[in-house]
Design a protein around this ligand. Sequence first.
Ligand code: AFD
Ligand code: MN
Ligand code: MN
Length: 408
Amino acid sequence: MNSEMQGKYERLAATLKARGLDVQLIEGRLKSQHIETPSWGYADSGTRFGVFPQPGAAVTLSEKLRDAAHVHRMTGIAPSVALHIPWDMVDDWQALRQEAEGLGLTIGAINPNLFQDEAYRFGSLAAPDPTVRRKALDHVAQCIEIMKQVDSRDLSLWLADGTNYPGQDDLRCRKRRLEESLAQIYTMLPDDKRLLVEYKFFEPAFYATDIPDWGMALLLCNKLGERARVLVDLGHHAQGVNIEQIVATLLDEKKLGGFHFNDRKYADDDLTTGSINPYELFLVFHELVTSELNDDQGSQIAYMIDQTHLLKPRVEAMIQSVLAIQRAYAKALIVDREALAAAQADGDIIAAEECLVSAFNTDVEPLLVKVRDDLGVPADPLQAHRESGYQEQIARERAGRKVQPTLG
Ligand code: AFD
Ligand code: MN
Ligand code: MN
């Protein structure tokens, strides 16, 4: 850390200590932060309007792991990668697991694909046709086998299931088919694994999505059991929904399984985390830190990124996202909780709000540079990546291939 930054760090640390905060404890929490990046975030992907292939985009799982390992080398807090099956299918899972470990990575959540096969046109686990539901269950069973081989804890389930028109299907029959299918999945799940149920209010179903919101996801998880938890994807809410309130509710119910971090202006835009609404991300982390300080579910929560970078260079956008999440966590950790509780008790709205706003407006970079120093990673991960030549190297190595993108 250079002398200017050292001075800034010492002043910030003194301010935090004066606030009664334990700076070492805060730094310890920041050093043990664990953010999972998605394999699909390194490959070419697009929207229904087209895909713009990028030079250096990963194609093979080995390339995705290499890119993820580079993000981890630059940031020090991204040690695992979520996989998507069958996009990331390999013949030898033990070899894959060793390859990942050789890169300093572990395999994280396994994501079944129940939305791209032609058979799933009218749904998968909630489909009217029992042979389609069987096909979907067989695919999930295959994913559970992979979880055992790569020692993955979480089965991360997102369904595109739903209907496009009123009357298309019986809504209650769909709910019951879905419950029955999920119960079969839960029975298949080994005792050391978890089922994370993701919800999304629309798309690709445009009339009624079978798991549209946190209420339905929680209802389904409560019917399944303790190891079924809700996954909150930040892009999966209608405009104006109070996501931090959903997070607080799920934490209070001990049913928050984890996140898919991204950002959005309008819908499930999968933009870079923190790029549109960083204050919302901070408020989500304020609820997470409140929980961590009270009942420590922290290790139980999977902090995953779910983004597709259409215009930005993918590895760089992923580093930006990891840093945005790290920054939000740091700002939430420095909230003066004693002053906040006192202001709340006094009904002093302004003072209470100012506890959050002042933490959010604090430049925590000196603290993050200290943490990065301790982790042995660059003080400025984004700049270090830009100067590393990694992007130029992968563009050279992976030049000239025409490949089918993974997410259309
Ligand atoms: C799409 C879905 C959902 C899912 C992701 C990976 O909207 O977020 O988690 O694909 O399957 O973004
Ligand atoms: Mn998601
Ligand atoms: Mn999504």
